[in-house]
Design a protein around this ligand. Structure first.
Ligand code: PEP
Length: 245
């Protein structure tokens, strides 16, 4: 039985006082949640959130990472720096990064490797643009990481399937549509290693809300969610976490 994970992606939202209230709100209700809970916050708030989360069951994550270890990469943040701030997770290959910042499959694979080298667990996002394209694009993105890191690397990673048309739009894949893609992802991993495929957590992301979470998370191959907008409201996020528990 795979433990479910719910990861909040705050995207570029937050300020000091709002973050404190949000994290405290989540912590107030997290004791009844058996799923793993992660919050992925903007870089400037890592120190604040690390302080708020220390000794709690909620893990800290970041939203992207440099593929480089150090050097002349102005503005970039390395995986070692994230680890220094208490991060345990980092999102790599979010569709917004792939689209707005032209991150290729190869760059995403390099970020995945860099994250693991620093001891972080990458949350590898794979996404398709239009309903119906699904498997081909998602599997190509997955294959790029497996080709670079090896299928064994997925034992220390989380995969997140996010239909681009569902992110922040209020449109969600039906539980059956999502399950079909999750199954295809797991089958692809199983072709390399059935053991790793059986253990890897595959999250669904795209307009998950308290009201649709239970049905999505009830599918055999959906092991939790990557949550954007709903992660900014403590009660809503907690309700999603409870649905995964
Ligand atoms: C996301 O940011 O990865 C996401 C899934 O956003 P939302 O839940 O708002 O669709």
């Amino acid at each position: 039985m795979r433990q479910k994970i719910v990861a909040g992606n705050w995207k570029m939202h937050g300020h000091l006082s709002a973050n404190e209230a949000l994290v405290e709100g989540v912590l107030a209700g997290v004791s009844v949640v058996s799923a793993g809970v992660v919050v992925c916050v903007p870089f400037p708030y890592l120190a604040q959130c690390a302080r708020l989360l220390v000794g709690t069951p909620v893990a800290l994550g970041a939203q992207t990472v440099s593929e480089h270890e150090k050097g002349a990469y102005t503005g970039e943040v390395s995986a070692g720096m994230l680890a220094d701030f208490g991060c345990r997770y980092v999102i790599v290959g979010h569709s917004e990064r792939r689209t707005l910042y032209a991150e290729s499959d190869a760059v995403v694979a390099a970020k995945f490797v860099a994250a693991q080298a620093a001891g972080l667990t990458p949350i590898l996002c794979v996404a398709e643009r239009e309903a119906g394209q699904t498997a081909a694009v998602v599997l190509r993105q997955l294959d790029a990481v497996v080709a670079r890191a090896g299928v064994g690397a997925l034992a220390q990673a989380v995969v997140a399937y996010e239909p681009v048309w569902a992110i922040g739009t209020g449109r969600t894949a039906t539980a059956m549509q999502a399950q079909e893609v999750h199954l295809a992802i797991r089958a692809r991993i199983a072709a390399g290693s059935p053991e790793i495929a059986a253990g890897v957590r595959i999250l669904y992301g795209g307009s998950v809300k308290a009201q649709n979470a239970a049905e999505l998370f009830g599918q055999a191959d959906i092991d939790g969610g990557l949550i954007g907008g709903a992660a900014l409201v403590a009660e809503e996020f907690l309700a999603i976490c409870r649905a995964a528990s």
